[in-house]
Write a protein that binds this ligand. Structure first.
Ligand code: FES
Length: 260
């Protein structure tokens, strides 16, 4: 097998003719020809888009998150922010999950019932109308079911809206696409400006002064994830996924350590 799993497809799926000929079956079970095609000669091989774990195992035993149109594996109890960071998805996390910045906000398109209930932190930051529209904070909403959750991060939503302003889709003008972009930016900032002094006081009370002033619980991970996401956004390259088991639960573990 070549670097990053670019196998030459030996005998097309182990020579199991009938089964192997069924592309959907191969894709479901994650074997044989479901591996990506080798890159053109001379091109830099790219890593797989997400976990190299067999697909059948991911589908049967692990929750699935489709974030920013990319399918990601996850584990039960894992916050959406952690899933996004492991897969270098476009998401903000300035406060490292302390509930201070709201940059991790996501719109849940599907599967909201697979997530943990709305927390006090979310109620404080997000008005009821926004919660009703499916918005959650990625650092607060954790996976509690095995069904698929589809989400779009606010960072990615704004990026797509901005791209539509710069390069309007056919049949629309920049003025058309500017409106939703500006409405989104103004509305979010307006909502947060109105609530931040009280929310910061609440969080100061809840997290304590040290964590309030320095919310990053694991600087090494914070920097690594920031670089991976930035690199991916700049180069458009897929980054190697970090397996859930190989890193601490970014939110609960850090808090437990602090509580201890
Ligand atoms: S990462 Fe800052 S509020 Fe979620």
């Amino acid at each position: 097998m070549g670097m990053w799993g670019y196998a030459p497809d030996p005998v097309c799926c182990f020579g199991v003719g009938g089964f192997a000929a069924n592309t959907k079956a191969r894709a479901f079970f994650g074997v044989g020809c479901a591996s990506p095609k080798p890159p053109p000669h001379g091109a830099t091989p790219q890593p797989p888009p997400f976990s190299s774990r067999p697909l059948w195992r991911r589908r049967l035993f692990m929750p699935q998150v489709e974030m920013n149109d990319e399918l990601m594996d996850a584990k039960l109890g894992e916050p959406l922010l952690s899933v996004a960071r492991r897969h270098a998805a476009h998401i903000g996390f300035y406060c490292d999950g302390s509930g201070l910045c709201t940059m991790c906000e996501c719109r849940i398109i599907d599967g909201a019932d697979q997530l943990s209930p709305v927390t006090d932190v979310e109620r404080n930051w997000l008005p009821q109308a926004r919660l009703d529209d499916g918005y959650r904070l990625g650092c607060q909403a954790a996976l509690r079911g095995r069904g698929t959750v589809r989400a779009l991060t606010r960072a990615e939503e704004l990026r797509r809206q901005l791209l539509a302003v710069i390069n309007p889709p056919e049949g629309s003008t920049a003025a058309d696409t500017m409106r939703p972009f500006m409405a989104n930016v103004i509305m979010v900032n307006w909502q947060h400006i109105g609530t931040w002094p009280f929310n910061w006081l609440r969080i100061l009370q809840r997290n304590g002064l040290t964590r309030f002033v320095w919310p990053v619980s694991n600087m090494d991970l914070f920097m690594r994830d920031t670089l991976r996401i930035t690199e991916r956004m700049l180069n458009g390259r897929t980054t190697v996924t970090v397996e859930a088991e190989t890193r601490p639960n970014l939110l609960t573990d850090g808090k437990q350590e602090q509580d201890a």
